[in-house]
Design a protein around this ligand. Structure first.
Ligand SMILES: [Zn+2]
Ligand SMILES: [Zn+2]
Length: 369
């Protein structure tokens, strides 16, 4: 919030500071560390950071299932190695289950066979974590709703790859991703789906935001035009203005649609699907820049999207819908805390959330920006 305020009040100094930081402290250092390890430390432009984070998370998401026993830290190490082309670095699921939805390290690693929806999900949901709610039962194949059931064989992996075929590449062929150490070339980046997104306000009032990072100065936003997808702040965010708490003469907005239908009478596309689409998630994140629980500052791109009025899995039309007017970002911990119902939220149409303590009646209001 302070960064955004500084950028809007004194844009030139912020641009200067960014350039100074690049000149004075931008660096990559890799030093020997204990027991066969090295330490890596870097100060890089924000979009480098977002890009790397995105690629690492997408690779982990694409190659490992939730049953992989390793720490996420270990997975990130291997992913970074593979992405930067370290010889022999390759991330494969180590769940050891024949039913692994990610292939479990099976030879069948050609990413071209990834279902289109999974590839789409990998490209878009990369800003992590998954827009899953904590209150949905975890289903193994939830990421691949269209994936075929594993064949009813003792060992479906063997079934997929019957005999070791002589895999001699024609030198005139396009190199496959197995031959090219740059793993994200084909495995991760879906053509036409940029991994960097900059939010801009055509009215020039709200400061630009690099999705996955935060507010950036206008010169930086302009410099990213060729490498990032530019999206406008949604109408809802622009109407609300930069900092809602400062606008005291604004009439109090009414509570949001209590049915959880976001004011719609007919469910818009995707409203009856539990997980929000990439577009809808982006719209929520553009409105709400952090976790909406009291006193939490977790950036919204690291949050779950929670249905304010619960989604009804048996009768989706009857419950809260998957629409902007029924979704708020909550970090994983606060998401679980919300379901303890100690603090009961009321969402307003300006996206204020009033949290009322069930025990004491105390009210805490949180704002989207
Ligand atoms: Zn697995
Ligand atoms: Zn939180």
């Amino acid at each position: 919030q302070l960064d955004a305020a500084l950028i809007s009040m004194n844009p030139d100094s912020v641009t200067e500071e960014r350039e100074d930081i690049a000149d004075l402290v931008g660096h990559v250092t890799i030093t020997p560390d204990v027991a066969g390890h090295s330490s890596l430390d870097a100060v890089v432009p924000a979009h480098y950071g977002v890009f790397l984070t995105t690629q690492i998370n997408a690779l982990i998401d694409e190659r490992t299932c939730r049953k992989d026993p390793r720490r996420v830290g270990s997975l990130r190490v291997i992913a970074l190695g593979e992405i930067t082309g370290v010889p022999g670095a390759r991330l494969d699921c180590e769940c050891g289950l024949a039913t692994c939805t990610k292939g479990g390290g099976a030879v069948n690693s050609d990413s071209a066979e990834t279902p289109a929806d999974a590839a789409d999900a990998a490209a878009w949901d990369d800003l992590l974590p998954k827009p899953a709610d904590a209150d949905v039962p975890e289903v193994e194949d939830v990421e691949h709703p269209g994936a075929p059931e594993p064949a009813d064989e003792d060992d479906p992996v063997e079934f997929v790859e019957p005999v070791a075929e002589p895999d001699v590449a024609d030198p005139m062929d396009e190199p496959t991703c197995d031959e090219v150490p740059v793993a994200f070339g084909r495995a991760l980046v879906v053509p036409g789906a940029p991994v960097l997104t900059v939010l801009k306000d055509p009215d020039g009032i709200l400061v630009p935001r690099l999705q996955g990072y935060g507010p950036i100065d206008r010169d930086y936003a302009t410099a990213l035009v060729d490498v990032a997808k530019t999206v406008h702040y949604p109408e809802s965010a622009r109407a609300a203005g930069p900092l809602i708490p400062q606008i005291s003469d604004r009439p109090q907005a009414p509570p949001a649609d209590p049915t959880g239908h976001g004011g719609h009478t007919v469910p818009p596309p995707g409203a009856l699907t539990y997980a929000p689409s990439a577009t809808l998630r982006a719209e929520v994140l553009a409105n709400d820049v952090w976790c909406r629980y009291p006193y939490c500052g977790m950036p919204s791109h690291l949050c779950d999207l929670d249905h304010w009025r619960p989604f009804n899995h048996t009768d989706p039309e009857a419950g809260g819908w998957t629409v902007l007017g029924d979704l708020i970002p909550l970090c994983r911990a606060d998401h679980q805390r919300k379901h303890l119902a100690e603090w009961v939220p009321t969402l307003y149409t300006d996206r204020r959330v009033e949290w009322r303590s069930r025990r004491t009646g105390q009210v805490i209001v949180t704002y989207p920006r």
